[in-house]
Design a protein around this ligand. Structure first.
Ligand SMILES: [Zn+2]
Length: 339
């Protein structure tokens, strides 16, 4: 049992030889291949990225409110919003209170809250609320931003202002916009917890059966919107759904940011260029087959350091990235309703 006879071995030796040759060529060849692929990807990005953004970005959101929320969520009293800690729970309650004040319909398993298992954490929960669309029979569009961050390590607070008090503040203000401008699809606003521990909150939405992928048309995820890195805003996800390219291009026409469609390609296409497909909560949607767009700025030197504080945000750029996300949500809401 399980042993090859001499005849069988004879039949398979060409396969072994090919495997050996592939290995011999591959090991020295891989760095060269990666280098070439990285250069090719850089050239592709340079060719599709506009030299400058649009002259005017719409003004539908209150930057003042977003900045107030940003400062509050990234305040030292929140101590970096680690899941289940006093600061994390305060941030959660802040979002619950805002959803309630705005009149969002509770969409958790217990009011607005959707608790889930986070090993070592007593109390981790997503905050979920909906705004019913004019065609509630359509599948939902889910807007996500994680509100947790790294908390305190030793005596250092990781404030998590850009990551991701910024996306959370934008989510709250975008929710306010849609309470006054009814969408076509029902929008589910999901401020998710425990992203920094492997997208635990977003993955729990599906793992627990709370959400059924068949009821969801699209995910727009916002994570890191408030730092101006050369005017760039990444739109991740068009590689997986090329029909989104035209939509991103039309959003560019009313965005002061330079939108870059990148960071969603595997290594054999993009070499050493990072693939962010599973890097934030949109990954949980991608895993269950839901198309997504993720908006976020480039990694900056303050990323995941105690220097990610709210006084380092670039308010005008933050306004632009939040408005760009809103433009995209409005567009996808319209386009999917016409499909
Ligand atoms: Zn983040």
């Amino acid at each position: 049992m399980g042993r090859f006879s001499k005849n069988q071995l004879k039949r398979f030796w060409p396969l072994g030889l090919i495997a050996l040759l592939v290995l011999l060529v591959w090991w020295p060849g891989k760095p060269i291949y990666l280098h070439v692929a990285t250069e090719r990807e850089a050239a592709r990005i340079a060719a599709i990225t506009p030299a400058q953004g649009a002259a005017v970005t719409p003004e539908r959101l209150s930057l003042e409110r977003m900045m107030d929320d940003l400062h509050w969520l990234a305040h030292e009293d929140r101590a970096g919003r680690f899941p289940g800690t006093e600061g994390g729970l305060a941030a959660r309650q802040f979002i619950v209170d805002r959803f309630s004040e705005l009149g969002l319909a509770p969409a958790g398993s217990d009011g607005y809250l959707h608790a889930f298992e986070h090993p070592g954490v007593e109390d981790a929960a997503n905050v979920l609320g909906t705004i019913v669309g004019s065609k509630p029979e359509l599948p939902k569009i889910v807007i996500t931003a994680h509100y947790d961050h790294l908390g305190v390590r030793g005596d250092r607070i990781f404030y998590g202002s850009d990551d991701n008090a910024s996306g959370t503040s934008a989510l709250l203000e975008i929710a306010r916009y849609f309470t006054e401008n009814q969408p076509t699809h029902t929008l589910l606003f999901a401020a998710v917890d425990s992203e920094e521990h492997g997208l635990l909150g977003a993955r729990a939405l599906f793992r627990t059966g709370h959400l059924n992928p068949a009821d969801i048309a699209f995910n727009v995820n916002m994570d890191m919107l408030s730092r101006d890195t050369d005017g760039l805003l990444f739109a991740v996800g068009t590689y997986h759904n090329p029909w989104l390219v035209g939509l991103v291009r039309s959003v560019q026409r009313e965005s002061g940011a330079r939108i870059v469609m990148a960071h969603d390609r595997p290594w054999w296409r993009a070499g050493r260029t990072d693939d962010w497909t599973l890097s934030s909560d949109h990954g949980a949607f991608h895993e269950v087959g839901i198309p997504f767009i993720y908006f976020g700025v480039a990694d900056h030197p303050d990323y995941h350091t105690p220097r990610d504080t709210s006084d380092r945000a670039d308010p005008e750029f933050f306004r632009i990235t939040a408005e760009t996300s809103l433009s995209f949500i409005k567009l996808i809401d319209r386009v999917l309703a016409e499909k």
